[in-house]
Design a protein around this ligand. Structure first.
Ligand code: DON
Length: 577
């Protein structure tokens, strides 16, 4: 085995480089990909065709949406290493066919040795890059605990191991990587070399190409230990020891106790309404559900449906609702188990009406930075992964998981074969210091031992007239929340077909920086000019989010849609007869 020069502490010296743009020369992948699918008895939309297929196979063999979700998530950990994970965390929002709803929080948490100023130097300044890459950037992973909780409470298969078996087989036997994965593996190779003291299969290969076979023996062994021992096969024993040994190769602080004590938490979803729709979404430590319901509440007040899709005035109203919701996010939101988040007040209709009441169509508002300054936004290449599933019985599952950036901390646990997250960057390192998405936070999201960092992940389920209507979610950092908003508005106010609603060009505003991001080539130039004339600074971005959604059509058929922004998004349905 090759060894690289130990690079402990090098993160201290690195500048906080933005995530890299990925060059993608699209050549055919070895897979058939469908962005849309319709079927009567089940639907899976995930970020990779092999993972979607695993979910469909589980449904076909009698599994329910939860069995399929668990198997799909483990498969993503193998076939989508840039974001699919066992070294990260995430959220489930679910609606059972009896109408009951639940949310599961398996977000990473700060290690016990974490403390408020851990990323600051002696002068109180943020040390560039320290929370973003390398061993100190990882929170305690929650995905394996989350998957087991889902199985234990909602799964129907005889054993958890059977749901991991497909992922294990793919890791052991290998699979052909897609162009998108090859591009990213090549792009991030330098980082892998920087942040790993030992070699691994991702580094050893000179150049990756679409169709190359990726075998992950160490990951297969890690999966096998979970199959054999359940969560203890990850949080205790050999895997836990390998994680802690990896921490010891640099400046990591995660301990065996951190891992052993990790618990996923069941929560009550946050709920709101919009024009007769019931919105069911993720509560703290996500900001997603609260901000989404706030924006919808303000837009209901403004009666958006009297305008056309991509009408400059409709965009104007959306931008101002986004501005307010993200200002509240920065000021009030964090892990409610550690900080008193005023959820009821933030969702109160009178409060929202009052917040938006000074808005006047045609005028651009302004963000008052109140001491937050110098905020840039680098939303070119991040990755999270979302999966939407509905089964034959009508159980719906919306699951978003992440390592945060592409390949998380870039640290692969030696001997265990998986990347650790860099989720600690989602905390506010200090008031006014932006995270990787340019978002600032306050006391509510300050670092504390065992606290969960604030997230934007917004797995969401929507009811129409009391019945299941839509399941959706997406990667995209801060743009997750605004992208989900736009898909809801597109289908509801602008009566768009779900596929058009997902593929249509998006904008994003997050209070600070005070600029409107828009997607390259996806918005009409007259619209952009109109928004500029209103006073908005317009900033072009390659793409904003990659939505995976399922709509229940009036005849009961499930309509699945993946996002063209991710070449590997794949929707597949199942008809039992
Ligand atoms: O939890 C969050 O909000 C972020 N860590 C999500 C990261 C993300 O969506 C990156 N993907 N595109």
């Amino acid at each position: 085995m090759k060894y690289y020069i130990p690079l402990a502490c090098i993160a201290l010296l690195l500048s906080c480089a933005p995530e890299k743009p990925v060059t993608s020369i699209e050549t055919p992948t070895p897979y058939t990909i469908n962005k849309t699918a319709k079927a009567s008895d089940g639907m899976v939309v995930s970020a990779h065709p092999l993972a979607t297929q695993v979910g469909i196979d589980i449904l076909a063999s009698g599994g329910n949406a939860y069995d399929a979700m668990i198997a799909t998530q483990f498969a993503l950990a193998v076939v989508y290493p840039r974001a699919g994970n066992i070294g990260g965390g995430g959220f489930l929002v679910t609606r059972l066919n009896d109408g009951s709803t639940m949310a599961l929080d398996f977000r990473e948490k700060a290690p016990k040795l974490a403390y408020r100023d851990m990323y600051l130097d002696s002068l109180g300044e943020v040390i560039p890059g320290l929370s973003r890459n390398g061993h100190l950037s990882s929170g305690v992973p929650g995905t394996v605990a989350g998957m087991y909780e889902i199985y234990d409470r909602l799964g129907s298969f005889d054993s958890f191991a059977e749901l991991i078996e497909p992922a294990y087989q793919i890791a052991q036997n290998g699979f052909q990587i897609s162009q998108a994965e090859a591009d990213r593996l090549n792009t991030y190779k330098a980082d892998f070399l920087t942040y790993n003291t030992r070699s691994n299969q991702f580094i050893e290969k000179e150049q990756w190409h679409a169709g190359d076979t990726l075998i992950q023996e160490d990951l297969a062994e890690s999966l096998k230990r979970i199959m054999d021992q359940g969560p203890a096969g990850f949080y205790e024993g050999k895997t836990a020891e390998l994680i802690v040994a990896e921490m010891g190769r640099s400046n990591g602080i995660m301990s065996l106790e951190d891992l052993k004590d990790y618990q996923a938490k069941w929560k009550i979803p946050v709920k709101g309404s919009y024009k007769g729709l019931n919105i069911i979404s993720m509560p703290s430590p996500s900001s997603g559900g609260i901000a989404l319901i706030q924006m919808l509440g303000m837009l209901e007040y403004l009666k958006l449906d009297e305008l056309e899709h991509h009408d400059p005035l409709a965009m104007n109203a959306m931008i101002e609702a986004m501005r307010i919701a993200f200002e509240d996010r920065a000021n009030y939101l964090g892990d409610a188990d550690f900080y008193p988040v005023p959820v009821d007040r933030l969702l109160n209709r009178a409060y929202l009406d009052n917040r938006i009441s000074s808005f006047s169509f045609g005028d651009a508002g302004q963000s008052d930075p109140k001491g937050h300054s110098g905020i840039r936004i680098e939303m070119e290449s991040f990755e999270t992964t979302h999966t939407s599933i509905i089964d034959q019985e009508g159980h719906a599952a919306s699951l978003t998981t992440t390592l945060n950036s592409n390949y998380g901390s870039k640290v692969l646990v030696d001997g265990a074969g998986f990347f650790l997250n860099n989720e600690m960057d989602d905390f506010s390192a200090k008031p006014g210091a932006p995270n990787i998405y340019g978002m600032v936070g306050s006391e509510a999201n300050a670092i504390e031992a065992e606290k969960r960092m604030l997230s934007s992940m917004t797995p969401t389920i929507i009811e129409k007239e009391g019945e299941l209507y839509m399941v959706l979610g997406t990667p995209g950092g801060s743009a997750i929340i605004t992208s989900i908003l736009q898909v809801i508005l597109n289908t509801t106010d602008f009566n768009m077909d779900l596929n058009d609603a997902v593929q249509s060009g998006r904008i994003h505003h997050q209070w600070l920086p005070d600029a409107v991001m828009y997607e390259t080539g996806k918005l009409d130039t007259t619209l952009l000019k109109n928004l500029e004339e209103m006073g908005y600074e317009m900033v072009e971005k390659t793409s904003l989010a990659k939505v995976k959604a399922i709509q229940v059509l009036p005849d009961g058929v499930y309509y699945g849609v993946g996002d063209e922004r991710n070449p590997d998004d794949h929707a597949q349905g199942i008809n039992m007869n």
